[in-house]
Design a protein around this ligand. Structure first.
Ligand code: NAD
Ligand code: IPM
Ligand code: MN
Length: 360
């Protein structure tokens, strides 16, 4: 049976990195009988340019009819002056909300081959294997009221950080279930010393642990301390579960443990749909130069194979191919060290060659 993927390259380096990920899917089709079919559609600034909407109706229909969605990145200076609902970021938040993708898995795994690429000491990062579970469709990103209002001769900007108990319950369950497949430890990150929303978050996470996951170890940390501890001693963490904004920030921070934000894939999963997206953005500073690291996107394809397409064996192969090119010393410019600097397409080709060899 064939599987259908909606492919959304988006803006900036999104176009370049997704091209490499599709080469990988192509090799899997030819060499391993994957039977993946895909259709490209527009999102973000690309959606606005082509359809006047950062999440066009046509894209929405396609995504709803697919087994999985693969996204590159959105955003760029060109669209920054648009009204908020028309900006690229509104398209990304729109598809996440529309597909109900409440759980965003962001694994930060340090490869031994990249120890020297991290800005931290090798002994601090060696062996780091953290899973950030970020709540993705609520919190301050979506809370009401929001806006900019006129008030006594000046303007006031307002956003609301809010979580319902059921929103916390489902992300807590996601994190505890993920921990059971790893080292069985969850650290819930909040700001319960100041925020009521965090107080409810913490109480709810504790209740879910006690009633449904008594076997999983649960600790709590304030987000400011967590940001510091991630750099001081990242190996203390297994699964970190947190809200939308804190997860956005902490996962970018965690990515630097691995050497580059260009290494971090993610899976955004809901009850019915799933989307796979590198955690980084459209990198306008290097877009169009064939310099971007495509590995986060290729590793996102591996997550798609594992979680949506029931192809864990092929996911293992893609991950092994990535390790093999790193073993060979290949590095895009964002990764320090290694013996051979390659382009975005050069890195994609190298991963494909490794897969071809495996296919025999
Ligand atoms: P960014 O992640 O795009 O870039 C931050 C830095 O990391 C840049 O120096 C960039 O060159 C580098 N970088 C990122 N990905 C890389 C890769 N694969 N290979 C090599 N280097 C890489 O973040 P930003 O500069 O804050 O944002 C740029 C635009 O992207 C904005 O419009 C923002 O809204 C958008 N954005 C989109 C997403 C997404 O689509 N998921 C995520 C973050 C930011
Ligand atoms: C990410 C990005 C997005 C977010 C932006 C572009 C809306 O930073 O995917 O991490 O904040 O979620
Ligand atoms: Mn982000």
């Amino acid at each position: 049976m064939s599987v259908n993927i909606t492919v959304l390259p988006g803006d900036g380096i999104g176009q370049e990195i997704v091209r490499e990920a599709l080469k990988v899917l192509d090799v899997l089709n030819r060499g391993f009988d994957l039977k993946a079919e895909w259709e490209e559609a527009a999102i973000g600034g690309d959606g606005y340019d082509r359809a006047g909407d950062p999440y066009p109706e046509e894209t929405r229909k396609l995504a709803h009819a697919s087994d999985a969605v693969l996204l590159g990145a959105v955003g760029g200076a060109k669209w920054e002056g648009l009204a908020k609902p028309l900006r690229p970021e509104a398209g990304l938040l729109g598809i996440r909300a529309d597909l109900g993708l409440f759980a965003n898995y962001r694994p930060a795994k340090v490869y031994d081959q990249l120890l020297e690429a991290s800005t931290l000491k090798p002994e601090v990062v060696q062996g780091v294997d953290i899973l950030v579970v970020r709540e993705l469709v609520s919190g301050v990103y979506f809370g009401q009221p929001r806006g900019i209002v006129q008030e006594g001769g000046q303007r006031r900007g307002i956003n609301t950080m809010s979580y319902t108990e059921s929103e916390v319950e489902r992300i807590a369950r996601t994190a505890f279930a993920a921990a059971r497949l790893r080292s069985n430890r969850v650290c819930s990150v909040d700001k319960a010393n100041v925020l009521e929303v965090s107080e409810l978050w913490r109480e709810t996470v504790i209740r879910i642990k006690e009633t449904e996951f008594p076997d999983v170890e649960l600790t709590h940390m304030y987000v400011d301390n967590a940001a510091m501890q991630l750099i001081r001693n990242p190996k203390q963490f297994d699964v970190m579960v947190t809200g939308n904004l804190f997860g956005d920030i902490l996962s970018d921070e965690a990515s630097m443990l691995t050497g580059s934000i260009g290494m971090l894939p993610s899976a955004s999963i809901g009850d019915k749909y799933a989307m796979y997206e590198p955690i980084h953005g459209s990198a306008p500073d290097i877009a169009g130069q064939n310099k971007a690291n495509p590995l986060a996107t290729i590793l996102s394809v591996a997550m798609m194979l594992r979680y949506s397409l029931d192809q864990a064996g092929l996911a293992d192969k893609v991950e092994a191919a990535v390790e093999a090119v790193l073993d060979d010393g290949l590095r895009t410019p964002d990764l320090a060290g290694g013996s051979k600097v390659v382009s975005c397409s050069g890195m994609g080709d190298a991963v494909c060659e490794k897969l071809q060899v495996m296919a025999g």
